[in-house]
Write a protein that binds this ligand. Structure first.
Ligand SMILES: [Zn+2]
Length: 240
């Protein structure tokens, strides 16, 4: 949307357009991937989803709630309240503009709660919102990838994210620096606030070494197909 003029946006709104907002993070991703990984992947999933829907693709939010990776250099985190406020304010803006609904594409686990709370506020204000976190990824990863995740549903600088980056930005991936790591999770992981660096040395989880661009392309295709299916269900529920 930011690359066209306001008259183009006004014309799209008159036709009942939806908006798609990618939300990423500025977060460490091991030795071999850039800090922009979650933003790059969410933006790419969002672009493909927006193209399939002829929707307005909004500029991404390039920071997220990455508190538990702040012990690694380069990670810059927003508080949950700030991220929630950003999504609410962007949502209020598209609602004022006349957009019929907002699709949020999230690329980072820590953003889930602030996004869900913002969606609730926006829905109450009259803007239908669906928030999608790469639906179906667990099944896709088990079918497409060769390595096991470090934990159930845990994909961070691993084969999944590395393959997806190879599919869109191969020049940003340095596989010669990729290090497999299967850390032992402390028994209270998820039950108390915890910096990941206390038990994770490289910043990566799982084995990125067998990632290929072809696997990444298949992951993108599967995620986008599931997005389109769920967005269809959501549109039918709201008649938008
Ligand atoms: Zn990531």
């Amino acid at each position: 949307m930011a690359q066209v003029s306001w008259v183009d946006v006004a014309a799209a709104v008159d036709e009942g357009v939806l908006a798609v907002l990618p939300v990423g993070a500025c977060e460490q991703h091991g030795h071999h991937l850039p800090l922009s990984t979650d933003t790059d992947l969410a933006s790419s999933v969002a672009r493909r989803t927006a193209d399939a829907l002829s929707a307005l693709l909004l500029p991404p939010i390039a920071y997220g709630d990455a508190w538990n990776n702040e012990a690694f250099s380069g990670t810059l985190s927003l508080s949950p309240a700030t991220l929630r406020a950003m999504i609410e304010e962007i949502g209020n803006g598209v609602l004022r503009m006349g957009v019929r609904g907002l699709v949020v594409i999230n690329g980072h686990f820590g953003n889930r709660e602030p996004i869900a709370l913002a969606a609730r506020t926006l829905a109450q204000a009259g803007l239908p919102v669906i928030h999608l976190d790469y639906p179906g990824l667990e099944k896709l990863a088990s079918e497409i990838c060769d390595s096991q995740p470090a934990g159930p549903g845990f994909y961070h600088a691993d084969e999944v994210e590395t393959a997806m980056m190879l599919a869109i930005r191969p020049e940003a991936v340095d596989l010669s620096r990729a290090v497999p790591e299967y850390p032992s999770f402390p028994p209270t992981f998820g039950l108390e606030p915890m910096q990941l660096r206390t038990f994770n040395g490289t910043g990566g989880f799982g084995d990125p070494c067998r990632a290929t661009a072809k696997k990444g392309a298949a992951l993108f295709a599967g995620i986008v197909a599931e997005n389109i299916r769920l967005i269809g269900e959501w549109r039918a529920r709201h008649a938008i």
